[in-house]
Ligand binder design. Structure first.
Ligand code: UTP
Length: 293
């Protein structure tokens, strides 16, 4: 039987220190990629993957994230009376197709802790998706859909993986294990931000997970790990040992919009996909390249 995944948790409660001072008053998830906040790309991906219930995990100072997905009557009425249908569609966005709820993580105690705020909304045997609010996938098949497909193939929990340069392994959760015949990676060990030169592979866990409700119990029994935070990676190690965990390298391009360079790259990549921006942007980049040989 096809397992149906309808619920997603989107953690967006981090402090965004890599983006200070911009993130002092503006959540990093609200920084635009061209003209859409990063988190809207994430919600669009969830909707296109079949998700119908989303729990946004926010924190103090992040109410603009909730506002963004609320109905803006006055604005919509204004645009409608002016006949600006195209803009109206953009303002409404895909979030109308999901039921959105939000919860506050009162202290930034780590990603594991943020995910565990969904406990009580998900049954032990039910699989749910986790999409990090500042990680964007530009892919023909939505990344979360690719994780759901991997889950249907393997019947296991799934994380998305990317291959990173050796010198970057210290910034990620890194996995070890074995490639399976079906192209998935069977994970046996996870290590959060390994010190330079100690990473077992260059395969890093990034922004998308498909997990069973049972994981909440594992998170609860996870002591604070790297950086004193409750790391999801530590609970995933238990999950891998108890019932297996696979990784999938999603087809497409992943952008870390919570990182300055990642955000700039995402803006350029998405702008180049826009008919009206492509030519002038390329001309500008050409000028820059010529004046910075
Ligand atoms: P990050 O490490 O990218 O977020 O966490 P951060 O802590 O905001 O980033 P910097 O390093 O200070 O710039 C990955 C994801 O987990 C969420 C973040 O919002 C981000 O989506 N997160 C992290 C929480 O929701 N709560 C936390 O306590 C920590």
């Amino acid at each position: 039987m096809e397992s149906v995944v309808r619920k997603a948790v989107i953690p967006a409660a981090g402090l965004g220190t890599r983006f200070l001072p911009a993130t002092k008053a503006v959540p990093k998830e609200m920084l635009p990629i061209v003209d859409m906040p990063a988190i809207q790309y994430v919600i669009d991906e969830a909707v296109e993957s079949g998700i119908r219930d989303v729990l946004l995990v926010t924190s103090r100072g992040k109410s603009s994230v909730e506002d963004h997905f609320d109905i803006a009557y006055e604005l919509e009425d204004f645009l409608s009376r002016r006949g600006k249908e195209e803009l109206l569609e953009k303002v409404r966005g895909s979030s109308r197709q999901v039921s959105l709820a939000s919860i506050r993580q009162k202290e930034p105690l780590g990603l594991g802790h943020a995910v565990s705020t969904a406990r009580g909304l998900i049954n032990d045997d039910e699989f749910f998706a986790v999409l990090l609010g500042d990680d964007i996938y530009d892919s023909p098949v939505p990344a979360t859909r690719q994780l759901i497909d991997a889950h249907q193939k393997s019947k296991k929990s799934v994380v998305s993986l990317i291959e990173v340069p050796e010198e970057d392994t210290k910034k990620y959760g890194i996995v070890s294990g074995m490639w399976r015949d079906d192209g998935l990676f069977e994970i046996d060990r996870l290590v959060e931000k390994p010190p330079e030169g100690t990473a077992p592979t260059r395969l890093a866990i990034v922004g998308r997970y498909l997990l069973p409700g049972r994981v909440f119990g594992l998170i609860e029994n996870t002591p604070p790990g790297h950086g004193g935070e409750i790391q999801l990676t530590d609970a995933l190690q238990r999950l891998a040992e108890d019932e297996g965990l696979v990784g999938v390298v999603c087809k497409g391009v992943r952008h870390d919009a919570g990182d300055k360079l990642g955000w700039l790259r995402a803006n350029i990549a998405y702008a180049l996909k826009r008919e009206e921006l492509k030519e002038p942007l390329l001309e500008f980049m050409q000028e820059i390249l010529e004046s910075n040989p």
